[in-house]
Design a protein around this ligand. Structure first.
Ligand SMILES: [Fe+2]
Ligand SMILES: [Fe+2]
Length: 191
């Protein structure tokens, strides 16, 4: 298995996620496996990553900040739980549950922002997080179909949407998201 105590990890997830976030996690697991099958990724890794990608999502800001300090993560994450939960989640998986697989850890770490040169597992996790069946936005079916048909194009459209949404709200766009956008555009030979 990918961790040292799956029972303890499962209990940690149940204890720390509210019901809707738990359901979302199972939805991401299911979608990640589906995409892994389509694109030839390791389905067991995709299932594990999808299921546990959000284990730190429901921490309050104080707990999140304590964890950022505990694991010596980038201090710019302090006070930004929305971004920090992916980095903290990966640190907990690594340090508390003995996860050593770099690809799994990176897929959790970058599931919020994506990044340049992301692996297939990272891309599957990023997309599955957005298109899993419990999401409720109006274009869900369109994005699910696109994810099954063209993972790169789907990744690009999600990044485009995220960047324009953050711009509309005058919020800062993470440098990894901008680099991911340029990377995928380049990969698709779109200039
Ligand atoms: Fe998340
Ligand atoms: Fe998520």
């Amino acid at each position: 298995m990918f961790c040292n105590d799956i029972g303890a990890l499962e209990r940690f997830m149940k204890d720390n996620l509210k019901e809707s976030r738990y359901r979302h996690s199972l939805g991401v697991e299911k979608m990640a496996v589906k995409l892994a099958d389509i694109y030839g990724a390791d389905a067991d890794k995709a299932a594990f990553t999808g299921r546990y990608h959000d284990i730190a999502k429901c921490f309050d800001e104080k707990t999140m900040d304590e964890n950022i300090k505990r694991y010596s993560l980038d201090e710019s994450l302090l006070g930004n739980p929305a971004l920090a939960h992916s980095k903290v989640g990966a640190a907990i998986l690594e340090h508390e549950f003995g996860v050593t697989d770099e690809d799994i850890l990176n897929a959790v770490k970058y599931h919020t922002t994506a990044r340049k040169d992301m692996s297939l597992l990272e891309q599957i996790t990023y997309v599955a997080d957005v298109v899993e069946e419990n999401r409720t936005y109006p274009d869900l079916k369109y994005y699910q179909d696109l994810a099954a048909k063209d993972l790169d194009l789907c990744t690009l459209e999600i990044l485009e949407y995220t960047i324009s949404d953050l711009t509309d709200k005058y919020r800062q766009i993470d440098k990894d998201t901008l680099r991911a956008y340029n990377y995928i555009k380049h990969k698709l030979s779109i200039t």
